[in-house]
Design a protein around this ligand. Sequence first.
Ligand code: MEV
Length: 328
Amino acid sequence: MAVSSAPGKVYLFGEHAVVYGEPAVPCAIERRARVGVEQRSDNKLRIHAEDLSLDGFTVEYAGGANDRPDIDASESLLNAAMGYIDSAIEQVRDVTDEGDVGFDVTIESDIPLGAGLGSSAAVAVAAIDAGTRELGTTLETDELADRAYRTEHEVQSGQASRADTFCSATGGAVRVEGEDCRSLEAPDLPIVVGFDGGAGDTGKLVAGVRELRDEYGFAADTVDAIGDVVRNGEQALADGDVEELGRLMDFNHGLLSALGVSSRSLDSMVWAARDAGAHGAKLTGAGGGGCIVALDPTDETETALSYTPGCEDAFRAALAETGVERLE
Ligand code: MEV
């Protein structure tokens, strides 16, 4: 069996706009998905997962959407997760030219599903890395990131950027603009995450922004404005100016709200963080529900969030310097 882990991430700036070629700056955090992959003697794919914000589950099927077993409808998130795993295993088969091989896949994750912390990218990166190593191939980080990107691209019906998967594969803070992906120097940021216990549907949220952008010129301008915020944010990051980073994150949140991807609980967590004295706060990831990210070197934001109605969990998140880790 080969076991790999990969980190989740928060977006300091630029989600959604990155889908349209604007730059984005995500930052890997020490919350990881660990995926074990073991070759089987038949062609089945057996998935066992725990801690994906759902009860542990085990499913077994021959692979491919048509053979997928019925899963309780309330577990639609689980279906989404299965889509990413299916597609990641297809990448493993493609890289290694082993079309018929079956696997036992075990997933453990401390990244909530669909909550803006990059759970699907982390699972895809770790699964492809472990799966290819199980078959004797070790991918370079760039190829691993590219293969994981193809997974997201497929599952999100062609609407995905390289940001989540590149960040998860390499770790640290990164800058992604179209196909140009690189690592950035980042100071030790005082990142606090608030989680409302919910999730958003990335595909639907991305499609909603696309519709707005197609319908209204000012929505297209809003997407462009996010790009300008990101460019300013890159400079603030390079200067280590945490106060300016916070101010720009506030701005970025306002623009994301205008694009319709915030929610009542995300807004109340953002305001609770600001009221507690955070330098700034914004939703992270696709939105619709899930997580916010705030910058606050004190304990005030965590405490305030823990009393905020709609906030289920608040925690400090350290920057993950390392992306994919090969554990076994
Ligand atoms: C989702 O984590 C980030 C989005 O920008 C989509 C993407 O970049 O693929 C909303």
